[in-house]
Ligand binder design. Structure first.
Ligand code: PAF
Length: 282
């Protein structure tokens, strides 16, 4: 594995290999790698000739300085895990490399980025879309792998790639869960034992929403209320939102039809967790 710290070096390395016909897989992360990231790397490895893992805690996508400082970082461990997972390059830029001066140009995806996480975390998706656009510009033609755990992010990035004509195929990968249903996230490391014990409530809430749809419920407000009730039954969790929306445009119409996405977010102390599940309303 080769560690690269500058955009120029990344462009040069990837261009050189692509000239000899290699197809690249890109796995953008903020580090603190867990089994969810390893599943992305594994899929990229299986589907592409060479994989670029990027590790950058992107300040633009944090709305609170506190959350940014508390974000777990362990570059040496991430490089080693990247090596074991077969990444050819680990791109590990410093903040000044990605943002050498004030950021005057940002990427905003209207509509898709505005509700749910966008409503709770102002500027978050602008930060995500901007940094991912920079990575897409550097790596060029590739397949880029993102987890469905951040479902809204996946749709925002896919739309951004299409609208800005990046030659990038955005691939969504299934959420990896612990045995008790908790979706893997770097943020789980910040939970106390009691908060971690309470965290499965999110998956239980989604499951209850799914069961309601499977039992014939088509009113999105009713499905959302079922999920909210489950989260509220856990005293340690503080509900942010529970919604049942169209899986393609994230709009909550009053009646659910076709592919639906159920999404929840809640605070466990100072840590905010999100999760989602797909459902079908036929
Ligand atoms: O999902 C993440 O880890 C980040 O939002 C991403 C896509 C790497 C952009 O910083």
């Amino acid at each position: 594995v080769q560690v690269i710290e500058t955009l120029e070096e990344l462009v040069r390395a990837v261009d050189k290999e692509r000239a000899s016909g290699r197809q690249f897989g890109l796995v953008p992360t903020m580090g603190a790698l867990h089994a969810g990231h390893l599943a992305l790397l594994e899929r990229a490895r299986a589907e592409c000739d060479a994989v670029v893992l990027t590790v950058f805690v992107n300040p633009l996508q944090f709305d609170s300085g506190e959350d940014l400082v508390a974000y777990p970082r362990d570059n040496a461990r991430d490089i080693e895990l990247g090596r074991q997972a077969g990444a050819r390059y680990v791109f590990l830029p410093a903040e000044e490399e990605m943002y050498p001066g004030p950021v005057l140009t940002a990427v905003r995806v209207a509509g898709l980025a505005e509700g749910l996480e966008g409503a709770s975390r102002s500027g978050h998706f602008e930060g995500v879309a901007t940094v991912v656009a920079k990575l897409f510009a550097a790596v060029g033609r590739c397949r880029a792998y993102f987890g469905e755990k951040d479902y809204q992010q996946l749709l925002v990035v896919r739309r951004m790639a299409t609208d800005l004509s990046f030659p990038v195929e955005v691939v969504g990968c299934a959420t990896v869960r612990d045995g008790d249903g908790v979706a893997l996230s770097s943020r789980n490391a910040r939970l106390t034992a009691a908060q971690r014990a309470a965290a499965p409530v999110l998956h239980r809430a989604l499951q209850a929403g799914l069961d309601a749809i499977d039992a014939g419920e088509r009113r999105s407000g009713r499905v959302a209320a079922v999920m909210a009730e489950v989260v509220r039954s856990e005293p340690i969790a503080r509900l942010d939102y529970a919604e049942a929306v169209d899986a393609n445009d994230l709009i909550a119409s009053s009646t659910l039809v076709g592919d639906v996405r159920l999404l929840v977010a809640a605070h466990f102390g100072s840590t905010r967790l999100i999760d989602n599940l797909g459902a079908t309303a036929r």
